[in-house]
Design a binder for this molecule. Structure first.
Ligand code: C2O
Ligand code: CU
Ligand code: CU
Length: 499
């Protein structure tokens, strides 16, 4: 184990590293290692408060070479944390790296003081005693560092993990739930490695403007791994843990699979589909039928979320894309092991048994305009400023300011949030709650397919029904922001209180 050096955090973000020559020599890794199954940090049933330290390490991601990474309690990423509804989950969050980090509980319905956002930094060698009052439906969430202007760097180098909320009081729903066997966590991320085997993080110009994407696909920290699965129904809890890449998943053989949960938990019924789009920070639980014994390859279509037609070329030139095969690139593979047996052969017809909750009549409406080029700068000026690396992004013209509360909400009141994105699509995220999506681009949304969300990809205009029933004061406000982490760090974020 080694301490991360300043060179990797600070030097790694300098423009000097990001030259076309270096990108041209980006390292293409071979994949196919077994899918790592993260350890479980089980906080269910009370008991003590285990320690989870942010640490720096050398991790073996590539063959025959070490990569400097950070993680929570492990070299890269963190354990899968499991918590129970109606319990208080406790853990001691430590920090063994050389700069402040935090642990934000993304998707959790908890008070602002528990949320782990930018106002809850953990200084080096400090310990924060965290207590989380869990009360929300079973769901696949995640956690990650959330220090303002450092979130993108922290997540890129590994400060993120999955969290599963279980609800012991909910009736058994007939879904696969044998962790690591027929219920697999999949943290999907893109990264760039240089020839020295180090992860390269150097957003600049167009890759800073449109978000930083990588040419290698990692699942649970392994490059395009292979999962061994039983010949049965297999549940995949998929998290897009990328900084900026939008995935459009599908299987090479075109098989149908079923989505059973979105960000906030189970859908009313399984939704059949052949392709699934996941923007950064979104989760989906899908069930794939491997009972025919056929191996499968999970692919993704390229991410075309860029600013303008004319910018595409720049984007492509600046950022290496995963090696594609007929326009699609590989994410991972599944090998069916006939000697194993899974427990679920048929998919249940009903899941949560209830549609999305009724929120009641909205009492007000708020507007959120996601601005890549805030007013006053103008198109050309904004672009030049951004390329020069200096300028801010904003929401409603205001760039994130830790000292400014942008919105004040009343506890439990229902509101409509109208969110608009102009230059490109942005995954909009709200802390402390799950919301309903009423419409996207003027089209009504089918709630039975969408479910409860905490991130929604806004391309044009979205109308959200928002109700927050957890408090947040001005010392520990909640955030709303774009989850393209480069945009977030550039200031496309705001703060709100709930009282
Ligand atoms: Cu994933 Cu503000 O968070
Ligand atoms: Cu969050
Ligand atoms: Cu954005």
């Amino acid at each position: 184990m080694m301490r991360i050096s300043r060179r990797h955090f600070i030097g790694g973000t300098t423009a000097a590293l990001f030259t076309p020559a270096l990108i041209g020599r980006a390292f293409a890794a071979t994949g196919g290692a077994p899918l790592p199954i993260p350890d479980v940090l089980d906080l269910r049933g009370g008991g003590g408060a285990p320690t989870l330290d942010a640490i720096a390490a050398r991790s073996r991601i590539l063959e025959g070479r070490d990569t400097v990474t950070v993680g929570y309690g492990q070299g890269f990423l963190g354990p899968v944390i499991r918590v129970n509804r109606h319990e208080t989950a406790r853990l001691n969050l430590g920090n063994k790296i050389k700069e402040p980090v935090s642990v934000h509980w993304h998707g959790m319905h908890i008070e602002g003081a528990q949320d782990g956002g930018p106002h809850s930094p953990i200084a080096p060698n400090e310990v924060f005693e965290s207590a989380l009052d869990i009360d929300q439906p079973a769901a696949t969430l995640w956690y990650h560092s959330h220090i303002h202007q450092r979130t993108a760097t922290h997540v890129w180098f590994g400060l993120a993990g999955m969290l599963i909320v279980d609800d012991p009081t909910a009736p058994a729903n007939g879904l696969p739930h044998d962790y690591g066997k027929d219920d697999l966590p999949l943290v999907v991320q893109d990264r760039i490695f240089d020839r020295g085997g180090q992860m390269l993080y150097a957003p600049q110009g167009p890759t800073r403007m449109m978000g930083y994407r990588g040419s290698e696909i990692l699942v649970n920290g392994a490059i395009r791994p292979q999962a061994s699965v039983p010949p049965s129904m297999v549940r995949l809890r998929v998290l897009n843990g990328s900084n900026a890449r939008i995935f459009h998943f599908g299987f090479e053989d075109g098989r149908t699979f079923h989505q059973v949960a979105s960000d906030g938990g189970l859908l009313p019924t399984p939704v059949p589909m052949k392709s699934l789009t996941l923007a950064p920070a979104e989760r989906a639980e899908i069930v794939v039928d491997f009972s025919d014994g056929a191996n499968a390859r999970l692919l993704s279509a390229p991410d075309n979320n860029t600013m303008m037609g004319g910018m595409m070329g720049m984007m492509r030139g600046a950022s290496p894309e995963p090696v594609a095969d007929g326009g699609l690139f590989e994410v991972m593979t599944f090998a069916v092991d006939q000697t194993r047996s899974g427990s679920v052969i048929t998919l249940p017809k009903m899941l949560a048994g209830a549609p999305v909750p009724s929120f009641g009549e909205p009492v007000r409406k708020r507007q959120f305009s996601l601005d890549m080029m805030p007013s006053g700068m103008g198109m050309g000026g904004g672009m030049r400023g951004m390329m020069g690396g200096g300028h801010a992004m904003a929401i409603n013209g205001a760039s994130m300011d830790m000292a400014v509360i942008n919105q004040e909400l009343r506890l439990g009141e229902v509101e409509i949030w109208q969110v608009s994105a102009n230059e490109m699509a942005h995954p909009f995220h709200v802390h402390g709650t799950s919301f309903q999506v009423l419409s996207l681009n003027g089209q009504a949304v089918d709630q039975t397919r969408m479910g409860m969300k905490d991130v929604v990809l806004v391309d044009g205009t979205a109308e959200l029904l928002v109700q927050v029933d957890r408090k947040a004061d001005a010392d520990h406000p909640f955030m709303f922001h774009c989850h393209i982490l480069e945009h977030e760090d550039l200031g496309m974020m705001g703060q709100f209180t709930v009282s």
